[in-house]
Design a binder for this molecule. Sequence first.
Ligand SMILES: Nc1ncnc2c1ncn2[C@@H]1O[C@H](COP(=O)(O)OP(=O)(O)OP(=O)(O)O)[C@@H](O)[C@H]1O
Ligand SMILES: [Mg+2]
Length: 338
Amino acid sequence: MADNETLNPISIGLDDGYAFTKIALPDGRLIAIPSWARIGRSNITWLNASAPRVFEYETDDTRFAVGEVDGEPTHFDGYPFSGLNRAIVQHALHEAGLAGQSVHAVSGLPVSSYYLEDGAQRLELIERKRASLKQTVQPSDGRLPAAIAFHEVIPEALAAWYDHVICEANGGVQLEAERLGAPVAVIDIGGRTTDFVVVAGEAVRHDSSGSLRCGLLDLKRQVAAAIRARFDLEELSEQATEEAVRTGVVRLFGKSHDVADQVRAARRELVERLHAETERQLGRGAELERILFVGGGALALADDIQDWFSNQAIAPHPAFANARGMLKYLRYVCQEPA
Ligand SMILES: Nc1ncnc2c1ncn2[C@@H]1O[C@H](COP(=O)(O)OP(=O)(O)OP(=O)(O)O)[C@@H](O)[C@H]1O
Ligand SMILES: [Mg+2]
């Protein structure tokens, strides 16, 4: 049985975003880990060695620590092709229980990294991403690596459209015929990018599609800067920033401080930018059948975006819409090797 398992590749949807790496598995499980890692050893000795929370991986002769580390920021342009990305993805595969497995994966690139403005595919960039994740990544502690044997790349927000139109029910699959032809916009509010894609008549409308380099990581960065300025700090950890954004409170010098005003101001600024760009791309969306919000940002900003369009909806478990769509694309649309 174990041998058989290693021989049969597992298909996954792999949405390796700048903020979270999300995996959709054929058995319906959805897994997310923060895209946090840094180059080098973790320099942490766990007193309780049975529950380490930092894991080390090696790829291309470089060692990376993934997990609860104060990470290198992932928000640089080369991230989708980097060793940092490969190490984080390998860790996510382990969290999904895929150690020692052969994996077939579909992942994504932001719409504007995938297409030129005239709609031509950016083949060199797509191939770089495809090749990068097929490189070997070795866990440093003797665990078996998961190996990506087959890898395709599709535009991120388009993945959510596949999720919207391909319906798996009662053990079968069907295309939602009335959804397939209808003009739909997908707005994917992510960590570093907000992706827009309009699909009508089963074709991408490039004049209303693209990416805005703006997302929830900008909000975090701004909140961290405001807290550092207010308390005269040189550093603020990812964890403390995350908590401040989530709860409006930060723990410093052994006390809790209310930073809700700083969070509100950063949030308002982000929402205004997103709203302006959304109107620029889609107008009032009068001829769109549906405007579908996806991405973790659709949850984080749910209150602020709720009345942008009368014909809008938030996808179910929106942070996983791309990963689910990538898995559906792999299983039902692309030519996966047998
Ligand atoms: N369940 C949740 N509830 C509230 N907020 C969430 C949730 N999940 C994610 N978020 C927020 O949404 C943000 C974006 O998450 P998402 O996973 O869509 O980003 P990403 O795909 O990694 O980024 P990008 O698409 O730019 O590469 C996160 O930074 C987080 O702040
Ligand atoms: Mg994303």
